[in-house]
Ligand binder design. Sequence first.
Ligand code: SF4
Length: 180
Amino acid sequence: MNNETPKFRKVEPQQNKTSFRRKIGMVQSFAMALASRGIKGKKINTATKQLRVLSCFGNDSSGGVLPPCEHLGDSKEKEGMHFCEACGCGDRAGTWLIAESMEYGKLDYPKLACPLSMPGFTNYMPSKEDESVNPITRKYYIENIDYTDLQKVLVNIAEMPEELRQAMENSKNMKKNLNK
Ligand code: SF4
């Protein structure tokens, strides 16, 4: 090595836009990782449930700007309960997205698909480029949300009742046997 003083390339400071993009990547890749992990066991983790709650319910009732999903239906069976009108499962206790008190609700299922493939669901698909153009989509908004705002979404994590776990296990085994 010679004794000349080394020269370094000048690196521009990151523009606001760039750091904003990094934040997008963080929530987006986090949501993808959760979806692809194929959550196992009787409980989902808090972050998955927070993303699901945000996807379905938005946060405009708790000081945010995100409205509920346009497919979120008010239950006619029980006041205060909600179901997904797009998935075709109907309006009954087993399909309510958030159950009463600490009971097990649909958003607690480890594997759960959303008709819009929203963040937090097993079939999550990242937004397309044009979803960032005004008016933006709810999915794009969630992917861009600050991580600290995501953590503010209040959720209860319920454990899958043993009978339900057993029933799901049986139906999985039946499907396997039929495919043999
Ligand atoms: S379409 Fe997806 S985000 Fe909308 S209510 Fe149904 S499950 Fe929730």
